[in-house]
Design a protein around this ligand. Structure first.
Ligand code: G6P
Ligand code: MG
Length: 420
């Protein structure tokens, strides 16, 4: 049974792009020479091994480069890591593994500079321990550096899973009895591998929530705004018609409304109508508060977060962030995908796929919770499990399971309803 996950850093937890770092400090024509002389040098490796001091390396770089570049060498050595940042998809994986109870370790070939920039990598806050090559005077794939990690934290190799972008480093881990994965920027294939290993649950890695009608009751506000617009332009509208509007983008809703009219409207007129509807809606949204959260919705988000299941909101709305902020739900979701980021609204799966892609979770490992038929269709065509909630879906046959209210859904029910 795997209990420990060991990560490499460069190109795994962070993207490592030396040429980009140099660009910040040097002119275009000098980038290649600086890259070769600094990042591709023996000295760079010696810095990683801890067998040379930075000031010695600097003198050697000075000797190899014209004097006009000496200041640039200083800049690069002191600041190359300035714009370094962690990979989001790895952050979510690390966070998930930690809350599922795994021990996490870093085993990195890197210089003592690491201590200047490690705070920039949020994923590291979840780690239980680390071995940095420069501190050990050893480099991967030397077996001894792996042994240092195993000894220091009393790890059993058979209980360790090692992730590195360099095949020889993974091979060394396997030689010592660990399992491993060569990571080539494909987070979904890593997650699939971890599922087969029993580390992650294949069917339930992320829950993607629709917003309007699932987490927050904004239905009446949307309805009142559309109703007022319909009156102003003298088009028939009622709650039966409004049913079709659920989960559908603002412009598409307007088209549905204008289907009831014989008039031909120009694009400019349509844009003005959509704006009018939104202005009316925003006025109603001002009174939105935590009171408008459906019973049980916050508790479900909290329960999922506490149990290592990622959470997302995927909504056709362009007001999603405003709603999540006003209801104080934003901190309870890992990511948001909204109407501003997509070209096709539900029933197209784009918004759900975007949410899953942001998290790095394979579609088949996502569960969608929806109150609109268009949303159920979107989830199914995105190869995700679809759970319907609310009266409007009572007779829908396309979803995998149904609950009248969100408060009836718990982690337990999500686990029980696994069949696709
Ligand atoms: C949600 C609602 C729809 C609404 C859409 C766009 O999906 O269920 O009824 O039309 O969002 O909302 P927006 O806030 O961008 O107008
Ligand atoms: Mg909805």
């Amino acid at each position: 049974m795997i209990q420990n996950i060991i990560f490499d850093m460069g190109n795994v937890l962070i993207s490592y792009e030396p040429k980009k770092y140099i660009e910040q400090f040097a002119d275009k024509q000098d980038i290649d020479i600086l890259y070769e002389t600094i990042f591709q040098s023996i000295e760079w490796i010696q810095l990683d091994r801890g067998s040379i001091e930075e000031k010695e390396a600097k003198c050697i770089f000075y000797d190899k480069l014209p004097e006009r570049l000496h200041m640039t060498v200083d800049d690069i050595l002191n600041n190359w890591h300035e714009n370094l940042h962690g990979k989001n998809e790895m952050f979510y994986l690390v966070k998930q593994l930690k809350s599922k109870g795994f021990n996490l370790y870093l085993l990195s070939n890197t210089s003592k500079r690491f201590y200047h920039y490690c705070k920039k990598i949020p994923a590291l806050s979840y780690f239980d321990g680390m071995i940095i090559s420069a501190d050990e005077l050893l480099l991967k794939p030397d077996l001894d550096i792996y042994r240092r990690l195993l000894d220091k934290y009393r790890l059993v190799p058979e209980e360790c899973f090692f992730i590195d972008d360099y095949m020889l480093n993974v091979e060394a881990a396997i030689f010592l009895g660990m399992d491993g994965f060569v990571y080539k920027n494909n987070i979904k294939s890593l997650r699939r591998r971890l599922s087969r290993k029993g580390v992650l649950d294949k069917d339930l890695q992320a829950v993607i929530f629709d917003l309007d009608g699932i987490l927050v009751s904004t239905d009446e506000m949307h309805y009142k705004a559309w109703n007022q617009l319909a009156e102003e332009i003298d088009i028939p509208f009622d709650s039966e018609k409004y049913r079709e509007f659920r989960g559908v983008s603002r412009m598409k809703c307007l088209e549905l409304l204008l289907d009831e009219s014989k008039e031909n409207y120009s694009d400019a007129e349509k844009a003005a109508m959509a704006k009018r509807k939104n202005d009316l809606y925003l006025k109603y949204l001002q009174s939105l508060s935590e009171e408008n959260i459906y019973e049980g919705a916050r508790e479900l988000l909290e329960e999922l977060q506490a149990n290592g299941i990622l959470t997302a909101v995927a909504s056709s709305s362009k007001n999603a962030y405003a709603i999540l902020e006003k209801t104080a739900l934003l901190p309870l979701v890992d990511i948001v995908a909204d109407g501003n980021e997509i070209a096709q609204s539900k029933p197209d799966p784009e918004v759900f796929k975007l949410a899953a892609d942001k998290l790095g979770v394979p579609y088949e490992s996502c569960v969608v919770i929806e109150d609109a038929k268009a949303g159920i269709q979107a989830a199914k065509s995105g190869n995700m499990r679809a759970i319907g909630v609310g009266q409007a879906l009572k007779d829908c046959t396309e979803m995998d399971s149904y609950f009248p209210q969100i408060k009836q859904i718990t982690l337990e029910t999500l686990k029980r309803n696994k069949v696709h």
